[in-house]
Design a protein around this ligand. Sequence first.
Ligand code: CA
Length: 338
Amino acid sequence: MTAPKRSRLVPEVDFDRDGVQRGFVRLFHSTHASAYGFIPIPIVVIRNGDGPTALFVSGNHGDEYEGQVALSELARELRAEDIRGRVIILPMANYPAAMAGRRVSPIDDANLNRIFPGDPDGTVSQQIAWFITEQLIPRADLVCDLHSGGSSLMYSPCALMTKFADEKRTETLRQALIAFGAPLAYIAEPAQGQGADQTLGGVAARQGVLALGTELGGAGTVTPAAVQMARRGVRNLLVHLGILPESARLAPPSPTRLLGVAPDAFLYAPENGVFEPLAAPGDMVEAGQPAGRIHFPESPGLAPVAFAFPGGGYVLCRRVPARTMRGDCLFGLGVDLG
Ligand code: CA
């Protein structure tokens, strides 16, 4: 019998010590510029006695900044005496990608959120994924992975979850989603026929841990509204878990509008060219409504290709850069859940 594979990463924090600890997880990486050095992945652990554990993650994709801002603030402000239980914060999960401001790691070109559970003996990104899978998720009662649209997409800020096969677990998770207090929330169906879910949330769900996420905005920028939504959401989740008292709850500006998967959820570029969008995040669109045009400025006289939404719904996200290749995702849609 082989021993379970342990992470090679070395946390500077003690997960079982009371108080606030701010430090780094050391990922030793020998390079031309630094023979014996380590990659310092920031981590904060706040603990006050026994109780539930919440794990908050941002910078899983390095070009998504709203969550990094909100979690850095939480890591500075939350005091041990304010809580019961434990809060673990990983504000720049894919640290090399986050420092480079890129979705994928500049070291191994890996997309952290597509390689879970990771590999303790693998590349830098695979080792980070394994550390989260083996060392962090099993300690958590709830995981919240704060994403946004990144460089290529802009979202209508929303919280999100994926259903379980088990209805009771789905309802427990839905209660946490509502507690987050986002104006908009998206409930995804479990992936079918595409192999195992290789996201952080997917591996957490397989470990039996409640996993929520967000899409806070995107376009490689930060907006005060998106940061405020994340700030409110993480604190409200701590109240929901009983880690913060009821008095710490931040009232949402509106009830949560719940969206589900649209029959035609994604619209892809039909040609290579310059994308002119004819709808924006937050719009309600109908089947057959013009969605956009692809222009060909390299071919004078060639008319643009126009395309329409095949089905109706709420525009959750749209592509940001105009220069587009066939197959790029241009729009994502949801539909209201009655
Ligand atoms: Ca993302």
